[in-house]
Unconditional design. Structure first.
Length: 672
């Protein structure tokens, strides 16, 4: 065993304590009536009872000759870097008496010679650990000393710091209660740095930052880290996006050289469960001299906040909720909002991807995704796994898939997910709406630069969302265009199910809409309100209570749309039904015209592009003769394909004509 072994100073002190314990045993053995009784400790004989009756007060039995002078000297802390016991004294503010009690309690865990000694001193062969009385007698004190009893009180540094447990029930007098040191504390003093088993499921130690990645000198991370380094305070961070606050806190602390323990509490953790974890977590941080990052907070965090008062290490609490003054405010020194700009930059993506990725325009690929650095790391890991499955380098498609996996909103109850499988070539539209759709994609990609960096976002709590209205007759391509926009951005499309949103009970519709907007705000997707005039309709004159509550619903939507941070598309067949106040808050209004004969011909051609057709199929005549929308032409083409498939032949002019006539019949129009 080398001198650099952290266990050496501890074992040296334990050896000196053993000499003192042996001296006390010899002192007490002199004249012991039942010393040689093999049943000693199992019963109380009259002779032993008389000896106890004449025994001097506790603490006066140890003669000066039985004291080891080296033991008293060993109680003083040293400057040796490997002396973890001395470091423990400093971090937990222990007195010399605290250290003696701690050593007495942990001695049997590192040296079995103490078990029979303690059993003799306890006069009970079954009690082979130190009691409060034995610990005090070994230092020449007794349980009648008020200041000595205070060292094992729950408010004392030993018990409150989690270094010592006073066992046994309350029926046993304090001097007879057993002392035990938790195994994690013993292991730490012996040089073991493995996390406490109670923290393995919730606590991680983030890896150090990559070399060369340094935050700007005036960044939020640097200012936060400087504050936490100056004084070990508790700071509350409110995050708008998942995992952004914790990543910022970790970067801030690591920038100033702190070891960080990150605790991610499960979402369903209640205050009682959290209060069981926090004391163990705090002890672990103090043992290591590490800072703490805890997220999220339980619904009622008062108990854990009280446990974080005066812990002596920097603590950052991360939660999506704003700070509540009703919480135990004595623990929290400061509450801050994570700046909206503190998301992963293109450089973070590049650092995670390395040089083996095949992505021509990484900035455009990741621009639609507002992910924290933790989520970027996971997204890249998913992208690499998918690329390995395809046996190809990491590409744009792989990155977008990994990012969608980390940013998919939980909207299955109120919306239907559509994974985009179409592109610009699938749209048959005039140039004007096509140009506006491309502008919508551009706005979604560049909104952070324009609204944040160039500071063109107005005040009033307005969000950075992009909202567009697609207006046109049924079947003119509004929903398909929304899917193309989502596919171009690389995000999922969520079609809001109005049947699960609108509720007959007052206020429930607003609650459902708030859930949708809030989830879309914190993730990356395109939110599609199909037939939006059902909930974004015009406000009317109030004639009864129904009108008043309908107008309240519209007012709520107006406010929520203005603070929205995502991408929303509203579609309507009747643009005039949309309230003008909504129109003012829209970034784009795209009109989808009814297709003219040339566009109808192109739509027929595109719908039948992959189907077997008879040579010379006259699609121009169909486009000229039948005034069908794009949706109607697609339905007609499907009808023609079924008829041809039933014959086992390619699609003919008669089949296409029959399909068009079927659509006319559905619309109640004259077939000719």
């Amino acid at each position: 065993m080398t001198t650099a072994d952290p266990a050496v100073p501890l074992l040296h002190r334990v050896d000196l304590l053993h000499a003192r314990a042996a001296g006390l045993v010899r002192q007490r053995s002199v004249g012991e009536a039942a010393t040689n009784d093999p049943l000693r400790g199992l019963y109380l004989s009259p002779e032993v009872a008389l000896q106890w009756a004449h025994r001097p007060p506790p603490g006066s039995e140890v003669a000066d000759g039985d004291h080891d002078d080296g033991y008293d000297a060993a109680m003083e802390p040293t400057d040796a870097p490997e002396d973890r016991l001395s470091t423990l004294i400093s971090r937990f503010a222990l007195s010399v008496l605290d250290l003696h009690i701690l050593l007495t309690a942990l001695a049997p865990d590192v040296d079995r010679r103490f078990e029979p000694l303690y059993a003799f001193l306890n006069d009970d062969v079954s009690r082979r650990r130190a009691t409060v009385s034995v610990a005090l007698e070994l230092v020449g004190l007794g349980p009648h000393h008020r200041f000595a009893r205070a060292r094992v009180h729950p408010a004392g540094p030993l018990v409150r710091g989690g270094l010592l447990t006073v066992e046994d029930d309350r029926e046993r007098p304090l001097p007879g209660r057993t002392l035990r040191v938790p195994e994690r504390v013993v292991a730490h003093l012996l040089g073991d740095d493995v996390l406490d088993e109670g923290l393995l499921d919730t606590v991680t130690q983030p890896p150090p930052p990559a070399e060369g990645v340094e935050p700007a000198a005036d960044s939020f991370e640097v200012r936060l880290g400087r504050l936490l380094t100056t004084a070990p305070v508790v700071v509350h961070l409110r995050e708008r996006r998942p995992a952004t606050g914790a990543a910022v806190a970790v970067d801030a602390l690591q920038h100033f050289g702190h070891t960080v323990l990150r605790c991610d509490l499960p979402p369903a953790t209640d205050a009682t469960q959290a209060s069981d974890v926090i004391p163990v977590l705090v002890r672990e941080a103090r043992l290591r001299g590490a800072a703490l990052v805890i997220s999220p907070l339980p619904e009622h965090p008062n108990r854990i906040l009280r446990a974080l008062e005066d812990v002596g290490v920097p603590v950052v609490l991360v939660d999506a909720r704003p700070f509540d003054p009703q919480w135990a405010t004595a623990a929290v020194a400061l509450s801050l909002d994570v700046p909206p700009g503190d998301l992963a930059s293109v450089q973070h993506w590049a650092d995670e991807l390395g040089e083996d990725a095949d992505v021509p325009d990484l900035a455009a690929t990741v621009a639609p995704f507002r992910l924290g650095r933790d989520h970027v790391r996971r997204a890249v890991r998913s992208a690499r796994a998918l690329a390995a499955l395809d046996t190809a380098p990491v590409s744009t498609v792989h990155i977008q898939h990994g990012a969608r996996q980390q940013s998919a909103p939980l909207l299955s109850q109120h919306a239907r997910q559509v994974n985009p499988e179409v592109g610009w070539t699938d749209l048959v539209l005039p140039e004007e709406p096509l140009q506006q759709l491309r502008e919508l994609v551009l706005r979604a990609r560049q909104r952070d630069r324009v609204l944040r960096d160039w500071r063109l976002r107005p005040g009033g709590g307005r969000g950075r969302g992009v909202a567009a209205l697609f207006a046109g007759d049924s079947g003119t391509g509004k929903t398909l265009s929304a899917e193309v926009v989502a596919g171009e951005l690389g995000v999922a499309l969520y079609v809001v199910d109005l049947s699960s949103v609108v509720d007959k009970y007052i206020g429930e519709t607003e609650k459902n809409l708030e859930r949708i907007f809030a989830e879309a705000d914190r993730t990356d997707s395109v939110l599609l309100f199909d037939e939006a005039d059902a909930i974004f309709g015009k406000r009317s004159e109030v004639k009864d209570s129904h009108d008043r509550y309908a107008n309240l619903e519209s007012a709520f939507l107006l406010q929520r749309l203005e603070s929205f941070d995502g991408v929303a598309v509203l579609t309507t067949n009747l643009r005039a039904n949309i309230d003008e106040a909504f129109t003012r808050r829209l970034d784009l209004v795209v009109d989808f015209p009814f297709p003219d004969p040339a566009l109808r011909t192109e739509l027929w051609r595109q719908c039948l592009a992959h189907a077997p057709c008879m040579p010379g199929l006259d699609l121009e005549a169909l486009g000229e003769r039948y005034e069908l929308s794009g949706g109607g032409i697609r339905s007609a083409a499907i009808t023609a394909a079924y008829v041809a498939a039933g014959r086992g032949e390619p699609i003919s002019d008669a089949d296409a004509l029959l399909g068009a006539q079927r659509e006319y019949q559905k619309m109640g129009r004259v077939v000719w």
